[in-house]
Each structure stands twice: as structure tokens, then as C-alpha cells.
Design a protein around this ligand. Structure first.
Ligand code: GDP
Ligand code: MG
Length: 177
């Protein structure tokens, strides 16, 4: 059956945020459809994908929202965050500026998002280790000081993608029980 039609016990909304070009849309398409696109096509509006996940004997429908380009203009509205229980805050390990902007995204997240939202800091493109501009320990240390989970991923090589979404979803599930 289609993921949308299946009976589920919980429906969780989560959002993807972070600078343009860090790989948010490819992380989502990997997780939702196991696809990777070399040409990213930013469209205006909001897109989301669903995936059903079994945690214990419960079926969780995860609804993951993707920005579809507004982050370029820093024009994400509060409705994007409304009701979200989790967020993947993504930076690109080969683009220092995307890491430096993480603190700005956190401010926005804390302004518009819920109090106990599960936030995972994600250093994407870890397949490009030769062009690395942010050390793994640095990202991890920052996440610890801010009380976030942390993981490095590669949407291209499909490394840790499943894990990062599942970590967020299981944490949300643990919190809502
Ligand atoms: P978004 O703007 O954050 O949604 O980023 P996209 O998903 O559109 O990706 C931006 C660009 O980075 C595209 O050219 C992707 O092919 C590329 N990209 C995304 N994830 C990875 C990754 O894990 N490794 C590498 N090498 N490239 C990636
Ligand atoms: Mg995108």
C-alpha cells in the first residue's frame, strides 16, 4: 500500500533546515525514495515526503518537510515550523560558511519551533573528505554544547542517511510516550 494510506499509530512532522546547497533535498529523497539527484532543482514552495517506520510494535508515519528553496532568501515562514517535533539542521562539511550559519538557524528554530523539539545537527557530504572545512570533532563538540544530537552523512554515498532520520524519529517517539 502507499505510505500515505497505511494505518498508523502516530504522525510526526519534522523539518529540514540549513543553508541552500548543503544537501537537504537529497537527504530527503534518499530517505524517502532512495534516490540521489546530481542536478538539484530548487522550486518555490514547500515540499514534503512521508515514510512509515516501525518502532517496536508501533507504526509511525514521519512527515518530513523540505524548504524547496526559500532558505536562499532566508524567507522560511513560521508555518514551516508549526507542529514540528523534530528537525535536521544540515551543514556541508566542505563549506565552512554553512557551518557558521548553524547558530542563526538555531535561533530561528528556537523562536518558531516547539520547546522540546528533537534537533539533530547533520554534517553532510562526508564523502568529500579531501575538501573538508569542518572537522567532525568540531561539529560534534558544538552539538554537545547546544544539546543537539550529531551525525555526519553522505546523501551521495548513502552513508548514515537512514540512521540520522531514524535517530530523530525514535527520539521523538521516546519523548511523546
Ligand atoms: P539543498 O539546497 O540543501 O536542498 O541541497 P541539494 O540536495 O539540492 O544538493 C545541493 C548539491 O549538493 C547538489 O548538486 C547535490 O548533488 C550535492 N550533494 C548533496 N548531498 C551530497 C553529498 O552527500 N555528497 C556530495 N558529494 N554531494 C552532495
Ligand atoms: Mg533543496
Amino acid at each position: 500500500a502507499d505510505a500515505f494510506d497505511e494505518e498508523c499509530d502516530y504522525l510526526f512532522k519534522a523539518v529540514l533546515i540549513g543553508d541552500s546547497g548543503v544537501g537537504k533535498s537529497n537527504l530527503l529523497s534518499r530517505f524517502a525514495k532512495d534516490e540521489f539527484r546530481l542536478d538539484s532543482k530548487p522550486t518555490i514552495g514547500v515540499e514534503f515526503a512521508y515514510r512509515n517506520i516501525k518502532v517496536g510494535d508501533k507504526l509511525i508515519k514521519a512527515q518530513i518537510w523540505d524548504t524547496a528553496g526559500q532558505e536562499r532568501f532566508r524567507a522560511i515562514t513560521s508555518s514551516y515550523y508549526r507542529g514540528a517535533l523534530g528537525a535536521l539542521l544540515v551543514y556541508d562539511i566542505t563549506m565552512r560558511s554553512s557551518y557558521e550559519n548553524v547558530s542563526k538557524w538555531l535561533v530561528e528554530l528556537r523562536e518558531f519551533g516547539g520547546q522540546d523539539m528533537v534537533v539533530v545537527l547533520v554534517g553532510n557530504k562526508c564523502d568529500l573528505d579531501q575538501s573538508r572545512e569542518v572537522e567532525k570533532e568540531e561539529g560534534k563538540g558544538y552539538a554537545e554544547t547546544e544539546g543537539l544530537c550529531f551525525m555526519e552523512t553522505s546523501a551521495l554515498k548513502n552513508l548514515n542517511v537512514e540512521e540520522v532520520f531514524l535517530q530523530m524519529i525514535t527520539k521523538i517517539y521516546d519523548m511523546t510516550r
